[in-house]
Each structure stands twice: as C-alpha cells, then as structure tokens.
Design a protein around this ligand. Structure first.
Ligand SMILES: CSCCC(=O)C(=O)COP(=O)(O)O
Ligand SMILES: [Mg+2]
Length: 227
C-alpha cells in the first residue's frame, strides 16, 4: 500500500451525483423555508443567517429575503458555507425520518473497509458541511459507516479548488504529501491538490471528461492501482 491516508470527495466519488442533485438538493429547497422560519432564533441557525447577511452585504436582510437568496444558491449549486451548514441541519430531519438514506457505491463500502483494515487513515473532504457528511455515512445504504473515518473537512478549511485548502489539510494530518491520496471526480479539485505532492486519482463514474490525472472507474480500480 503506497499511502498512509486517503482523502475522498463525496458527490460523484463515494456517492452518486444524482443522489445529491435529485434527492438532497430538492429536499433542502422544499424544507428550508419552514425550517428557518421555525428555528431562526436558535443560536446555530441565527449564526448562519448572520453569515448569509454578510455575504449578501445586507446587514438588515429579512428572514424571507435570506430564504429567497438560499433558494437561488441551491439552484446554482453554490458551495457557500452558511448554505451548506443550513442544508446539513435540514437533511438531518430527512435522514432521521427515513425520507432517504445516504447513497454509497458498493465498491466504496468494500474498499473503505479494506483500507481501514490495512491501517490506512480515511478522511472526507466535501463541500457539504461536516454535519451533512456524517449524516450521509451514518444513515447510509450500508448502515452506519462513520467509524471508518478519522476526520472530515468541509469549506471551512477552504474551497476545494484552492491549493491552500490542501496545505491546511496536510497541516492537520501531519503527514508528508506523498503519503496522502486524494480522490475526486472533479479534475479542478485534483489540480489544486497535486502541486503540493499529494497522489491524485480521478473517479470517472458517469462518463465525464478526464483531466490529466490517473483515472479509476470505481474504488476497486483505485485499490488495484495503489496496492
Ligand atoms: C455531504 S453530502 C452533500 C453534498 C453537497 O452538499 C455538495 O455540495 C457536494 O459537494 P462535493 O464536494 O462532495 O462534490
Ligand atoms: Mg465531487
């Protein structure tokens, strides 16, 4: 095994893109208004509404206008930290009520277990909030998978296309870059990690265009390449 740690993206990598775009995002769009109206005074929600006002550059924006802005950000698939935090809170209701389970590919379930048994530390780096990441794996198709992971990173450490984000993650992992592999379906994310010396493999699951990185069609392919 060439690596001590593997960091993986979620959407398009561990999990089907359509689970995010056709299940999670529509659920958030439908449920966010009532959730925010009911919980606007709760400290965790109020903190995110303040962050939205700052991003909107409208210090006195009403709750209704923030909801309108959030809906627009969802429609545009914006990776905005307060949106992601609020989505995570809303998805909790969906997972706990059984409205949906977190989609995880079978090859991912098998490979993650294999790598953990080999002593490889596993991490998630997704634009979804850490809460959203943990929910997806706690309520997954394969049961609670959270014990597989040693840590989670979201946009609070930086955007996934910024080199600085990977430098900050390496700092936290305290590992030499060449011992760390980053898996993503998005070449621009791998482009940001590679200059620091991390290993990179692009997941090509749905026939999307490949970049300049090694490619794999599933996590079984990845396991073969790094054995
Ligand atoms: C953590 S599940 C929700 C996924 C999400 O909100 C998202 O924006 C996907 O981002 P990724 O970085 O995993 O492509
Ligand atoms: Mg992705």
């Amino acid at each position: 095994m060439k690596y001590s740690a593997i960091i993986t993206d979620i959407e398009g990598t561990t999990s089907r893109i359509s689970f995010v775009t056709e299940v999670l995002f529509p659920y958030a769009a439908a449920e966010l208004p009532a959730f925010i109206q009911a919980n606007a005074a709760q400290p965790a929600v109020a903190e995110q509404l303040s962050a939205c006002r700052a991003l909107m550059q409208q210090a006195d924006a009403s709750v209704d206008s923030i909801i309108t802005q959030l809906q627009q950000w969802i429609a545009e698939d914006q990776k905005i930290t307060p949106l992601k935090a609020l989505q995570g809170m809303v998805w909790q209701q969906g997972y706990q009520s059984g409205a949906f389970k977190g989609h995880v590919y079978a090859d991912v379930y098998a490979a993650l277990n294999h790598w953990q048994q080999q002593g490889v530390k596993l991490y998630i780096y997704s634009s979804g909030s850490v809460q959203a990441q943990q929910l997806l794996f706690r309520y997954s198709d394969f049961g609670d998978l959270t014990s597989l992971f040693s840590g989670y990173f979201d946009t609070r450490i930086g955007a996934k296309r910024d080199i600085a984000s990977y430098a900050a993650i390496l700092q936290q992992l305290q590992l030499p870059p060449k011992q760390v592999l980053f898996l993503s379906d998005v070449a621009a994310e791998l482009d940001a990690a590679a200059p620091l010396g991390l290993g990179t493999i692009q997941l090509i699951r749905d026939g999307q265009a490949a970049g300049s990185h090694a490619i794999a069609h599933n996590f079984s392919d990845v396991a073969e390449q790094i054995a």
